[in-house]
Design a protein around this ligand. Structure first.
Ligand SMILES: [Zn+2]
Ligand SMILES: [Zn+2]
Length: 423
């Protein structure tokens, strides 16, 4: 292979370009570092005042006030109930990209004994969304400081109800998209991060391709016929049929889906019956399905229906199956992952960037990815020396707050590099 000789001017320019990059990275790092106390304060404020999905009233108010105080343009509130969308228009023309942070907490009673302990009994930021918001507000503040140099526009999306709202309430990313969060202007790409206690503060994790699973909630009702328990032949016993159904549904994992294709089918709840001497009239099952592939997901829905039809009809019973598609597979497009990785490696340090296996948890960031290319990554928050390593959604979940500055540096640099069309 032959290379055309490069003009001498390129060689003269190259060191200048490189040092300009290094100078900008140092500038971002310095500004992020200066934000450290404010980031900690914001995260702790959110942590002390957690709100459940679709109830993020105060949280949204704090976020919107902060964005207005920073001078962002067009701060919209009330998107999908408590969502906030704002624009930061750079001083130079360029593309539009979006950032997303989620805002809701969980019905978990905090057991941590820390000064910033949740002040609402039974509710806690146990999924790190307090961190996501603090980082995103930090990025907004840092980018506002650099506004004149920014070639393009950043759309800041603060999303409610990521964890799933009460049944029947429109919620989360899907509702934000439905209410136009990705329109006027339409971003070319969206970026988001999630805290990960499996990685140390300072580390970043990512996957090219599937990263988080789809999640569907399902309800099964097995309808039998009541009878005296001592005359079972006069009824149709849904307890026996439900027992067969639970086991038969597990054969989807073991016998029907390619072993190389990860899925989870869990029945988390069974209820039915009255007392020991009555054959019940119905049994209800509640469960969840996780997949990393949308075709597999649809196939499982079909197999469940077939199995339930077969098992119940074999015993003369009837059934209802209701499946709620909650979350789609969160998948990082390979091209966007490849384009973003050099920035992450440069800012976090190559040794701190790890590829992660897909997980069976789910994220509604996937709803944005259905509309525009989106890249989602893990922000390490553990500190094994200080014993900070509790799992997401647990009562003693906590983060090493050093991760806040890392998150701001990495996300700000992703924004700048993407808008400048690099690498
Ligand atoms: Zn969560
Ligand atoms: Zn979460």
């Amino acid at each position: 292979m032959r290379f055309a000789p490069l003009p001498a001017a390129v060689f003269l320019l190259l060191p200048a370009l490189l040092s300009a990059d290094a100078a900008r990275d140092a500038d971002v790092a310095r500004r992020a570092e200066a934000l450290r106390p404010k980031l900690v304060e914001m995260r702790r404020d959110f942590h002390m005042n957690p709100e459940l999905s679709n109830r993020e009233e105060r949280t949204a108010r704090v976020v919107a006030e902060r964005l207005r105080a920073l001078g962002l343009d067009d701060v919209k509130t009330g998107v999908a109930r408590h969502g906030v969308v704002a624009l930061l228009k750079g001083g130079k023309p360029g593309p539009v990209i979006a950032l997303r942070a989620d805002m809701d907490a969980l019905p978990v009673n905090e057991t941590l004994d820390v000064p910033y302990k949740s002040r609402t009994p039974g509710v806690k930021h146990a999924c790190g969304h307090d961190v996501h918001m603090a980082v995103q507000l930090g990025v907004a503040e840092l980018l506002i400081q650099m506004r004149d140099r920014i070639p393009g526009t950043i759309k800041f999306i603060f999303q409610p109800a990521e964890e799933g709202a009460p049944k029947g309430e429109p919620a989360g990313a899907r509702q934000m998209v439905a209410e136009g969060a990705l329109d006027n202007p339409r971003p070319a790409a969206i970026f988001g991060l999630h805290t990960n206690p499996g990685l140390q503060a300072g580390q970043i994790g990512y996957a090219a391709g599937p990263m988080l699973s789809s999640a569907d909630r399902f309800w099964v009702r097995i309808k039998g016929k009541k009878a005296h328990a001592a005359w079972p032949h006069l009824g149709i016993d849904p307890v026996v049929i439900a027992s067969e159904a639970v086991l038969a549904l597990q054969s989807i994992r073991s016998r029907r889906i390619d072993p190389q294709d990860p899925i989870v089918l869990t029945i988390g709840k069974i209820e039915g019956g009255d007392r020991e001497n009555i054959i019940a009239d119905e049994v209800r099952l509640l469960g969840t399905i996780r997949t990393l592939n949308e075709d597999t997901r649809s196939r499982i829905h079909k197999l469940m229906d077939e199995i339930l039809a077969g098992v119940t009809s074999a015993h003369g019973a009837a059934y209802d199956l209701e499946i709620e598609r909650q979350y789609s597979v969160t998948t990082n497009p390979e091209a966007l992952a490849a384009a973003t990785l050099p920035t992450i490696e440069r800012i976090a340090g190559k040794q701190n960037v790890v590829t992660t296996k897909p997980v069976s948890g789910a994220e509604d960031f996937s709803e944005f990815q259905k509309v525009i290319p989106g890249f989602f990554y893990w922000l390490g928050v553990a500190n094994s020396q200080r014993g900070i390593n509790a799992a997401l959604h647990t009562a003693d979940y906590d983060v090493d707050e050093a991760s806040l500055v890392v998150g701001v540096k990495v996300m700000t640099s992703i924004v700048l590099d993407t808008l400048e069309g690099r690498p």
